[in-house]
Design a protein around this ligand. Structure first.
Ligand code: NI
Length: 210
């Protein structure tokens, strides 16, 4: 009995390591400077996520604790993103629709990696174009850096070649494009790589959300 329990626990730990490994693999996604994440906590939980303090679309301060009891679907990006973020947010919107009533238990968060341009108001207006249930969060550069670090998210300002030398160059933010599913206790459950079909994402969420 005892050894069976031990074997089960080892399998669980190996499983968590595989999941974290996969997340790191996808995050690296041509980003060789990405720090490697191979650790799990003492409890065997993946070290993705954690406390954060940000600002919502109405300018109100929110923390991770405000979302306890909800599954979180977390994506990082920026409102000036030409392609990846609009696609990801459209897919999250379709996923919510596919989930039906189960979507009530899921809170999607779009967290800015561009605090310089993404004001609370702009974030609020932007996410509303995709789905009324998606919440846009931004914050000070430090607040954004902290939450990005907690979620092992890469982001970096990048000025396109044709903008270099201009007085006020338009820039983009290179960033990881992973959607995280977090538990109602704030623990990492699953990640979805960019391009995961909404039906597939909805099915995977249904498997987890009771
Ligand atoms: Ni983007």
């Amino acid at each position: 009995m005892k050894s069976a329990l031990k074997a089960g626990l080892s399998a669980l730990v190996v499983g968590v390591i595989v999941v974290v490994g996969a997340a790191v693999y996808f995050m690296q996604d041509d980003r060789s400077s990405m720090p490697t994440v191979t650790q799990t906590g003492q409890s065997g939980k993946a070290l993705i996520g954690g406390p954060f303090e940000l600002v919502d679309g109405s300018g109100r301060t929110v923390t991770d604790k405000d979302f306890r009891g909800k599954y979180l679907l977390v994506f990082f990006g920026f409102t000036h993103c030409p392609d990846v973020c609009p696609t990801a947010l459209s897919e999250i919107a379709l996923t919510l629709d596919a989930l039906g009533e189960v979507a009530d238990k899921v809170q999607p968060l779009f967290i800015s990696v561009d605090p310089e341009r993404d004001t609370p108001e702009l974030m609020g207006e932007y996410v509303a174009q995709f789905h009324p249930r998606i919440m846009g969060l931004t914050g000070s550069p430090d607040q954004v850096a902290d939450v990005a670090k907690a979620y092992r998210v890469y982001y970096k300002k990048s000025i396109p070649e044709e903008e270099i030398g201009k007085e006020d160059p338009f820039y983009v933010m290179d960033h990881s494009a992973i959607t995280y599913l977090m538990s109602p206790d704030g623990d990492f459950l699953k990640h979805f790589s960019h391009g995961t079909a909404p039906d597939e994402m909805a099915a995977a969420i249904r498997d987890v959300v009771q």
